[in-house]
Design a protein around this ligand. Structure first.
Ligand SMILES: Cc1cc2nc3c(=O)[nH]c(=O)nc-3n(C[C@H](O)[C@H](O)[C@H](O)COP(=O)(O)O)c2cc1C
Length: 358
């Protein structure tokens, strides 16, 4: 079976496949299906209110007794910058006029909640076996209390320096998130995107740099990718985009359609939807206002001014003004239920590694 059992033993799971937490794209159904299949299901909390997070965790604990991961963003809450906000709205004005919208209409706040005392209490109440973070780690005071629950803690590193930093702060494992990854980059020690590293180069260098087990993420959408990551020294993989093709994914029909089309061959990193770089299928607003816009408000505020445009265009079947998050390997994905996908990927990866006695 699996030769490197470090993540399997750490979490008492059967196969080294972590379903990536995907804010806005998965809830309890996917977590239960993946954990029941022997992988590690992850509940993303960045877009959930504390009440909704409690509701989803209650469902999960009722639905499976297997280990689970709960995920939080830990960015600093932004300071609202009126001038920048006004410049961003000015940038989007022509689109408002195109849709017959008042460019001066109030726009909803775009909010992704950072980890705080309230979420900590939820962790203490539900005691997930793993807690993962994105954008670094919360302050040590909070982190200590998370660890006191017995949870294994990890976070995403997009460079070797970030991996070393996370290990130094006490992470039990490190996600090496390559450039190919879908959704937000976990980048936190720098904001220089030009030096971001691909999965193939990042994973073995992180493996060499830290003592804790490494979870490879980014562009891994089939068994070949899993076998490759394990060959590079990863103890497990974290897969996001592949799980967007399951019926459990809570994405809209427009997003699903884009992922299934040849458009998904063309992805880019953009900050236009939230203010932080994230990878998605290239669409009109990314092409025309970005993909990286210098005037986009700070994370997560940029999304507020785009919300009315999405509300108008998405019901017409258009993905022009909404994030179509995807990694670079969407086209390798297969449509099937999340539990079946987990088992198939594990078996196929074992078969591929078999000749080399995985
Ligand atoms: C739709 C989507 C949403 C994501 N949301 C989160 C999130 O809430 N928290 C997180 O830690 N990572 C998030 N990620 C990043 C994943 O954890 C992971 O790094 C990425 O999916 C791996 O690359 P892949 O999509 O090519 O498999 C998201 C990825 C996608 C595709």
């Amino acid at each position: 079976m699996w030769k490197d059992r470090r993540i399997l033993d750490l979490l008492k799971i059967e196969c080294p496949i972590v379903q990536a937490p995907m804010a806005g794209a998965n809830l309890s159904d996917m977590v239960i299906a993946v954990s029941e299949a022997g992988g590690l299901g992850s509940l993303p909390c960045a877009l959930l209110s504390p009440e909704k997070a409690r509701e989803e965790l209650s469902k999960i604990r009722r639905g499976t007794s297997k280990p689970i991961n709960v995920n939080f963003f830990c960015h600093r809450a932004p300071v609202f910058d009126e001038t920048r906000e006004a410049a961003w709205k000015q940038r989007l004005k022509t689109y408002y006029l195109e849709f017959g919208l008042d460019p001066d209409m109030p726009t909803p706040p775009s909010s992704r909640a950072p980890f705080d005392e309230t979420f900590l209490e939820i962790v203490e109440e539900f005691r997930p076996e793993a807690v993962s973070f994105h954008f670094g780690l919360p302050e040590q005071r909070l982190l200590k209390r998370v660890k006191n629950t017995g949870a294994k803690v990890w976070s995403s590193a997009t460079t070797v320096a970030e991996a070393r930093w996370l290990e130094g702060e006490g992470c039990d494992a490190i996600i090496a998130q390559g450039f190919e990854a879908g959704g937000h980059r976990g980048i936190f020690l720098t904001d220089d995107l030009s030096t971001q590293v691909g999965t193939m180069a990042l994973v073995p260098q992180v493996v060499d740099a830290v003592k804790v087990p490494v979870i490879a993420a980014g562009g891994i959408s089939d068994a070949r990718g899993i076998a490759a990551a394990i060959t590079l020294g990863a103890s497990a993989v974290q897969m996001g985009t592949a799980y967007l093709f399951t019926p459990e994914a809570t994405i809209s029909p427009v997003h699903r359609q884009a992922l299934k089309s040849t458009e998904a061959e063309t992805t880019a990193l953009t900050n236009v939807f939230t203010g932080r770089p994230a990878r998605g299928v290239v669409n009109r607003i990314m092409r025309e206002a970005g993909p990286i816009a210098a005037d986009a408000p700070a994370f997560p505020l940029a999304g507020g001014a785009l919300a009315p445009l999405r509300q108008k265009s998405e019901p017409q079947g258009s993905g022009d003004f909404m994030p179509l998050w995807s990694g670079q390997a969407a086209r390798l994905s297969r449509e099937m239920p999340a539990g079946e996908l987990t088992k198939r990927l594990a078996q196929d990866a074992l078969d591929k590694l078999g000749a080399r006695s995985a």
